[in-house]
Design a binder for this molecule. Structure first.
Ligand code: KG4
Ligand code: ZN
Length: 334
């Protein structure tokens, strides 16, 4: 079964052809990073206009690379939630038009859930369920119990900034370009992670919830050369980056390992752009060598349409397709 995936939730336009939920025949992504960089973050109106400009060329390239004809597509899967409403509508209307014109079924896919499916798709072994799912992206930070594909229990979520957002905002405070995650990771490599005593926030009564906004404010003071005790001399951005990153990752790692123990899970599945961070991956392995960590493979970490096509296939097999009245929903359904 050939599934066309369409992704346009934020600042990447993607189309992909995936065979039987697993075999990626093409995975084309047109990124808008350069467009938004001068503003230090995503400008929704600009994002929408760019999606309109590139979605058909991206679709054409995905079809051509896969070596199939348009009418050989068996299913059209589209990310219809969560995301920027205008951006979602461009992918959704493209999908509906194709569905109508080609007379092929349509299915809406949750982008956040698809990030987790990206790791499942990348893994050659069968996954041992139940397992822990960890989403670390620009828009979400969440720990979930995954009982099977499609059956999730949210254990903890961010109460303020998502982890990727915290990286991006912190980078902006430090004068680094957008997106800030890779910039901070790079800078942190030459920094001393013990130079500053930063820590992520705690949420009363919710041991698995995340809060990163206070951490970002602590960085703001450090960049200004101040802390609660007085002024700090010789501010080194490398040290701030390393200390920020360690504080954020220590918090995540501690909560994920605790959640795995509490729920008797041996496997942890990761998804979202922040999971491309090598320090994060190494730190998990160092913190607990007993757990099995499944990371998204290359081309599947950042926003892409292969994960949408892959998850769409599974959903279609288990519950059938959606109708043309499928709507875009900017809020996550999780
Ligand atoms: O999953 P994603 O592509 O988009 C969303 O669904 O949000 O994630 C993008 C986020 C951005 O905030 C970006 O700064 C972050 O992932 N990111 C990183 C790294 N690479 C991308 N964060 C930390 N370290 C990285 N190496
Ligand atoms: Zn994403």
């Amino acid at each position: 079964m050939f599934v066309l995936g369409i992704e346009s939730t934020c600042d990447e336009t993607g189309c992909s052809i995936v065979k039987n939920g697993k075999e990626i025949l093409s995975n084309v992504v047109s990124t808008q990073i350069d467009l938004h960089r001068e503003y230090g973050g995503v400008v929704p109106e600009l994002a929408c206009r760019r999606h309109i400009d590139v979605i058909i060329p991206v679709l054409d390239e995905a079809i051509k690379t896969a070596g199939i004809a348009l009418n050989e597509i068996d299913l059209i899967a589209v990310a219809n939630t969560p995301g920027l409403i205008g951006a979602l509508l461009i992918g959704l209307n493209t999908a509906k038009t194709l569905s109508l014109a080609l007379d092929k079924p349509l299915i809406g896919v949750n982008h956040v859930e698809a990030h987790l499916y990206a790791a499942i798709m990348s893994c050659d072994q069968p996954i041992q369920f139940p397992c822990i799912g960890v989403v670390l992206s620009g828009g979400h930070s969440a720990i979930l119990l995954i009982r099977s594909v499609g059956d999730y229990l949210v254990i903890g979520q961010t109460q303020d900034d998502a982890i990727g957002e915290a990286f991006d905002k912190t980078a902006k405070i430090m004068g680094l370009p957008y997106p800030g995650g890779p910039e901070i990771e790079q800078l942190a490599k030459t920094g001393n992670s013990k130079a500053y005593f930063f820590s992520a926030g705690r949420v009363k009564g919710q041991p698995y919830a995340f809060s990163f906004s206070g951490l970002k404010t602590a960085v703001l003071y450090a960049v200004r050369g101040q802390n609660l005790q007085g002024s700090i001399e010789n501010v080194r951005l490398q040290d701030i980056a390393a200390s920020f990153q360690k504080a954020a990752f220590d918090d995540i790692i501690g909560k994920v390992i605790k959640a795995a123990e509490e729920h008797g899970c041996r496997t942890v599945i990761f998804g979202g752009g922040v999971t491309s961070n090598c320090t994060l991956r190494d730190s998990f392995s160092e913190a607990n060598r007993e757990l099995e960590y499944i990371w998204p493979g290359s081309g599947l970490v950042l926003d892409n349409a292969a994960m949408i096509a892959g998850l769409g296939y599974h959903q279609f097999i288990s519950k059938g397709g959606d109708t043309l009245s499928l709507e875009a929903n900017p809020q996550s359904l999780f």
